[in-house]
Write a protein that binds this ligand. Sequence first.
Ligand SMILES: *Cc1c(COP(=O)(O)O)cnc(C)c1O
Length: 370
Amino acid sequence: MVPLAPFAYWGSIMSERKINFNAGPTALPLAVLQRVQGDLVDFGGMGLSLLEMSHRGAAFGEVIEAAKASITGLYGLPDTHEVMFLQGGASLQFAMIPLNLGVGGTYLDTGTWSQRAIAEANTVGRGEVLWSGADTGFRRVPQQLDLGSVDPASPYLHYTTNNTIYGTQYHYRPEVGVPLIADMSSDFISRPVDISAYDLIYAGAQKNAGPSGVVILIARKDLVRTFRGDERVPKILRYQTHAEKGSMYNTPNTFGVWVVGLVAEWVAARGGLRAMAAENEAKAMALYQTIDEHPLLEGHAHPDSRSRMNVTFRARTPEHEAILLERAAARGIMGLKGHRSVGGLRASIYNAVPRASVDTLIELLREFKG
Ligand SMILES: *Cc1c(COP(=O)(O)O)cnc(C)c1O
């Protein structure tokens, strides 16, 4: 096993590193990057890099088991659920879910990513949209009372816990009486969640948990171990295939799994999901308050749906936004431009974005008079 050096905290940020508010891929904990750098060439004194080893060897076996154990520990996962590492991004899950769990799934439409999931459900068969925020510009997510009843025969309800592009987030768990599936790509390991209440959750790592190219999937064992889909579904698209082979049906993204494991370990070292959520909440609230008080700025998301991960806002005019971006760049602040589909500004303040970075942004905004 690789000797586990204790993680340094973010006291040692190098002055030349940018303040990174990118939406994803984005900031990783500096301690993790340094650890990867230190171990990259000679992994645990073995004389070769992890990138140069067989995924079937003992060393990677320990890496993947440690990554699973760290995620299991963070969420306190019960024995009924298992952690898998897949590829193809969150986008492949949009298709794998209906292919494996059946057509007629129910969806909550809260913007681009949920719409992509709905589009794939319609490619495979048919997806039902229970609620859509399209006519209100995706400024909010539905509250429990907005959700009508779901056909009990529907194989699942799918929703996106955090809408990366619009900066909206659910602060409760929808209950509609059918199996629950969530795309947690942009708020995975950012707060405590009772995963046992879900049948399946998934997250592309590149938002909050690691590099791109690896997806963390946590699902009920009985769901993923038995294939219930159509016989023509290729083996590689069946959860059963990946579950039975311990996420090693084909060569996994060994580097990605390693980094995700280190990020999970880093979160544990910071105090786990409860501590992470408290930090994230404090960062977000300070930033929203600054925006609310500012005469030239306006938040995008409805207050009941504000994301703790992606803070979306606008300045009075596009010219104001251009000036702000320019001043930000001059201070080494990057990644504030909103998604091309909605415009405006967005600060993605994931786990690895320190409070000090948010404070620097707050200072910039407070000084901004046009
Ligand atoms: C980024 C993102 C995706 C797409 O992820 P890929 O890994 O590029 O497929 C899906 N859902 C959410 C919520 C995202 O933020």
